[in-house]
Design a binder for this molecule. Sequence first.
Ligand code: FES
Length: 164
Amino acid sequence: MTDTTSVPRVAAFRPRLLAPGAADADYRPVLAADDLPPGALIRVTVNEQDVLLAHTPNGIYAVDDRCPHMAAPLSIGVLDGCIVACPLHNGRFDLESGDPAQMPTTGGLDPDGVYHPTWSPPGSPDKPEPPGKKAEARRLTRIRRFRYYPVRIRSGQIEIALPD
Ligand code: FES
């Protein structure tokens, strides 16, 4: 009988989170599966595109290695279950759902590109965004920043479907 207990699983994600072009992309090997143990976060770079590999209890996810909030590399963050914590402003994002688990207190964009205002304590008045180019830039930025790539494992290699 073959022992499959050590073969890593691939995590499923919601179809709406698929990266543009990934459905038709060829798979390419990016890392030996043994180099991504459970709980690990690793950046792989293909054609100047940085991808985060995360080995969660659900299996392996591959997403762009940039925080939805302000694009910091999540690969140097902390993985707790399926929640990845960003090193820059302590935003926390759920790889299973693609949603924020905790927005940074600075406010900013969530993975769907929806703006969240600056946090204020319960019972305190909202903190208005100071007018200016920064606020305007945040309002006009509307892209989904958590984009998922299909993953498979072949011959001990993690492969991802990455558009050219
Ligand atoms: S850049 Fe990640 S929480 Fe701000």
